[in-house]
Design a binder for this molecule. Structure first.
Ligand code: FAD
Length: 429
């Protein structure tokens, strides 16, 4: 069991710090990793957990949490140390994000969009091929972005989805960047753009396309477009089932000039990353591993009569409750095991087995979180699903995971089935 429970039945309102989701000793994490992950967990439990209900109720962006992420250095978690960041690699980031997701799903999910702008342009880009001149230029440009984040607390988002087949990786992005002197003119529309109206820079995925050219995925650009640029607007409302604090409204770009230095990756490097570094698309899953843990933690505390604000009524003595908790614990350990393995082997040019495992890990985390939350509601009973307690929010938030492109639960099934049965280039013709 990963929850530290109160020693005394009378000390019900006393909050002990939760045990880590991944114990550093058991999962062989070093002291530096454990330190960063502990910062995330403590911030999540002591500060974010208390604010989560209001962000959810009002569908309000967690601005105050972002100030705390900046204050604790976590806004720059994946920024290399030489640029003033914490220098965390993929695995450390993923586990820290799971700890944040345990206490506030919307903060963890939006933090992922922000962190990806540094993870993809940082450790991930360092793994990819660039000639020396391109790498030097990339180094100069990313220093600009990293300084804004580390020193100024700038927030980046990652609008990717457009409502067509582009976000699933099928075709080129419909948002277009026309090259002009000193930069590009960007036109397009992004749906479900988390952090809309709250990010300082929108990390837009778009297609570079000159007059008369055909759009190609090879020409994808990743540009940090300043939110205050002329021609940028945020439209539509945001009143969804779950992940309400993400404020994922629609972004419109109308003849927006974006300077060359806005590039988060050099030309051709995003396409190379999508081909050679597939785990880049697994970073939406940590939030949901955290939610799975949260649903389990809640259930154990509730059945022990130890949830603050509820009567100290124990329900743990019924065999049906014990069986349900056992089922939840087994599912949680299954999710944790495959997910930990997948985030540990994130790298350039993974083997076919590692790619299939990454899809399976994404599927397991996204569907597993909701299965565990569903069991939690049934097991704890009616009083536990009141809005005054976190479980019903965890349940709603957990339902959103399997919808996240490009690796929705359905697309993971499609890819695993196809790629397990066909080698590259094989067909039945
Ligand atoms: C809370 C939340 C926050 C989000 N934040 C962001 C964000 O910050 N940035 C961002 O870019 N996006 C974000 N998204 C968007 C998300 O990734 C999807 O793009 C969005 O949910 C729209 O998807 P859809 O299901 O309507 O898409 P559709 O493309 O209409 O897909 C519908 C379903 O069909 C299936 N499908 C799609 N394509 C294929 C295919 N080729 N083959 C087989 N099946 C397919 C998928 O399972 C998909 O779920 C967010 C979504 C949510 C719910």
């Amino acid at each position: 069991m990963t929850v530290q429970v109160s020693k005394s039945v009378t000390a019900i309102d006393k909050i002990n710090l939760d045990a880590p989701i991944f114990d550093p000793g058991a999962f062989r994490l070093n002291d530096e990793q454990a330190g960063i992950i502990t910062t995330a967990r403590e911030l999540g439990q002591t500060v974010f957990a208390g604010r989560a209900a209001a962000y959810d109720r009002d569908a309000k962006f967690p601005t105050e949490n972002y100030r705390d992420l900046h204050r604790t250095g976590l806004l720059g978690i994946a920024i290399p140390k030489k640029h003033g960041g914490l220098g965390a690699g993929y695995q450390t980031y993923a586990i820290a994000a799971a700890e944040i997701g345990r206490y506030c799903g919307a903060t963890a999910l939006t933090w992922n969009m922000h962190v990806c702008s540094t993870l993809w342009s940082g450790p991930l880009a360092d793994d990819l091929d660039m000639d020396a001149e391109t790498r030097a230029e990339h180094e100069r440009r990313r220093a600009v972005h990293y300084k804004r984040i580390v020193e100024g607390g700038a927030i980046y988002s990652q609008p990717f989805s457009e409502g067509g087949a582009a976000a699933a990786g099928g075709v080129a992005f419909g948002t277009e960047a026309k090259p002009v002197k000193g930069g590009w003119i960007v036109n397009g529309k992004k749906i479900f753009a988390s952090l809309s109206g709250h990010a300082d820079y929108y990390g837009v995925l778009c297609t570079e396309i000159a007059e008369g050219e055909k759009a190609s995925r090879r020409n994808t650009l990743y540009l940090a477009l300043p939110a205050k640029s002329d021609g940028v607007s945020v439209v539509g409302d945001w009143d969804p089932l779950g992940m309400r604090g993400t404020v994922s409204r629609t972004l419109l770009f109308k003849d927006v000039f974006v300077a060359e230095d806005a590039a988060l990756m050099p030309r051709g490097v995003y396409f190379q990353a999508a081909m050679r570094w597939p785990h880049m698309f697994l970073t939406l899953s940590p939030t949901y591993v955290g939610l799975a843990q949260a649903a389990y933690d809640f259930t154990v505390r509730y059945l022990r009569g130890e949830v603050p604000g509820t009567p100290p009524v124990k329900r743990r003595m019924y065999p049906t409750k014990q069986i349900a908790v056992a089922q939840m614990q087994i599912k949680l350990e299954q999710v944790k095991a495959i997910w930990f393995q997948a985030v540990t082997e994130a790298r350039a040019n993974p083997t076919k087995e590692q790619v299939l495992r990454a899809y399976a890990a994404q599927y397991s985390a996204m569907e597993g979180a909701n299965e565990i939350a569903t069991l939690a509601i049934r097991t704890c009973g009616g009083q536990a699903m009141l809005k005054s307690l976190p479980l019903e929010r965890i349940y709603r938030d957990s339902r959103c995971g399997s919808l996240m492109l490009p690796w929705t639960a359905e697309l993971c099934l499609d890819r695993i089935g196809r790629e397990a049965l066909y080698e590259t280039g094989e067909s039945d013709e």
